[in-house]
Design a binder for this molecule. Sequence first.
Ligand SMILES: Nc1ncnc2c1ncn2[C@@H]1O[C@H](COP(=O)(O)OP(=O)(O)OP(=O)(O)O)[C@@H](O)[C@H]1O
Ligand SMILES: [Mg+2]
Length: 262
Amino acid sequence: MSAAHIEVRGVSKVFGSALMALQNISLEIPRGQLVCLLGPSGCGKSTLLNAIAGFAPPSSGSIVADGQPVAGPGPERGMVFQEYALFPWMTVADNVAFGLEIKGLPTAQVRATVERLLHTLSLQDFRHRFPKDLSGGMRQRVAIARVLALDSPILLMDEPFGALDALTRRNLQDELLRLWGELKKTIIFVTHSIEEALYLAERIVVMTYRPGTVKRDLMVELARPRDPAAPAFNALKRELGLLVMEEQQRHHNAELRAAAVD
Ligand SMILES: Nc1ncnc2c1ncn2[C@@H]1O[C@H](COP(=O)(O)OP(=O)(O)OP(=O)(O)O)[C@@H](O)[C@H]1O
Ligand SMILES: [Mg+2]
């Protein structure tokens, strides 16, 4: 019996007859850890996250989360997507309340939780707006509030800040670090930004490009708050940059080979 909060055991994923997206990935993630999955486009980050979320089962291997084998989505795992995934016909407050209402909680409790989260994420002045009237950063705050409302001990985040401008992105990264410090959730955060991974993560798992395997699994010992201009930050950034670049090159070479066959 392992003490890991999330355990990925020998997970492989094959699409169609031959596309090996993940190959024999094993990871043990302790409770409360903030892990970033890092790698170039197409290396299988979303495939792995979706398998952990229970949206798409692995072809072989198994996953255990919060003590239970993963056989589908579950309330102990909350997912934040890149594209916000809000209901456009619902206001901010209704979007945040949605999961709680589905759970059948009493109205007063739903209202109290929604109010608390709207304040936590500085959304209180926007509660009656619809998603289309919000900036990208605001929408992503709503998406985070909505997942936090469910109070899942595990948060899975797939490039949640990828579409935001640099300043908004840094803002939300700080917000996430604050929430993580307060709520002590286990977070798996997917990104292809080396700087984002170094700014956020306690641990970075670098993936290889097709088939996706674990190329490097390292703890980030930099003190917080982290300073992206600091020499130690930059030294790690360079080291990780080389690893990711090697995989990007493999991607590029694979594309050239595919083009030559066509
Ligand atoms: N449903 C699917 N059917 C077929 N192939 C798929 C499917 N989903 C993903 N793939 C392929 O599996 C590989 C890994 O894809 P995945 O989306 O996990 O990569 P990623 O690391 O998340 O990339 P990105 O950074 O662009 O989001 C890619 O080659 C992709 O084309
Ligand atoms: Mg992806």
